[in-house]
Design a binder for this molecule. Structure first.
Ligand code: ZN
Ligand code: FE
Length: 236
């Protein structure tokens, strides 16, 4: 399987996966880099996956659909619902080519936010809910909801590849080492991510098992600790 983060805007990734000819993209905030990648690799767009309604994830959908007339699999909840041809709810299964995904509702960053998990391919598209060494801001939901959503994702197998929608890893790690100055796994991960970024390479996908060691938002004992860290990070 081909799995590719297509850079968009300043720090977004539009994930593309494909087996051979057919390709799917996740959260295409911009159509142009998707079209360029499809042409370059001689792939045909077969569908669009959407995690939540924010413009940096949805901005390219109209142009892509105009050109390729493909289905959009995404939240059954508004406001994302209006962009979606195949609405999905928590627990739904989605078959795309040979690949099966299950849908996990992860409210917090937005109320419509969903994640796509493939158990067989050990793959998670988590949008703006889980970032490497960080998590999304809680814009629409409560801290309780966001904490519960992150706990759901943390319960997936350790070898799950975590495909986040933003390259925020280095700035997240600057905060993470302030939270846990004695965490050597964080320091080691920071060094390896700095070397990746210095040569322009993505730090993603991450692995869930690693995130459990280095992500301060997966390392909270309860909602109170999560909320305190999230508020600290907002001001950091
Ligand atoms: Zn967002
Ligand atoms: Fe975003």
């Amino acid at each position: 399987m081909l799995l590719l983060p297509i850079p968009a805007f300043d720090d977004n990734y539009i994930w593309l996966f494909s087996d051979g000819q057919a390709a799917w993209v996740v959260d295409p905030g911009d159509a142009a880099p998707v079209i360029a990648t499809l042409q370059e690799r001689q792939l045909t767009l077969a569908g669009i996956l959407l995690t939540h309604h924010h413009g940096d994830h949805t901005g390219g959908i109209a142009a892509l659909r105009e050109r390729f007339a493909v289905p959009v699999y995404g939240p059954a909840k508004p406001p994302a619902r209006e962009l979606v041809s195949h609405p999905l709810r928590d627990g739904d299964c989605l078959q795309l080519g040979h690949r099966q995904f299950s849908v996990i509702a992860v409210p917090g960053h937005t109320l419509d936010h969903i994640a796509f998990h493939s158990a067989t391919d050990k793959l998670l598209f988590c949008g703006d809910t889980l970032f490497s060494a960080g998590c999304g801001r809680v814009f629409e939901g409560t801290y309780e909801q966001m904490h519960a959503s992150l706990q759901l994702l943390a319960a997936l197998p350790d070898d799950t590849r975590v495909c986040c929608a933003h390259e925020y890893t280095l700035s997240n790690l600057r905060f993470a080492v302030a939270v846990e100055p004695d965490n050597q796994a964080m320091r080691d991960y920071q060094a390896s991510c700095e070397s990746l970024r210095s040569t322009g390479q993505p730090t993603l996908p991450s692995l869930l098992g690693l995130e459990k060691q280095v992500n301060p938002f997966l390392r909270c004992s309860d909602v109170a600790e999560f909320s305190a860290r999230r508020e600290w990070k907002n001001r950091y």
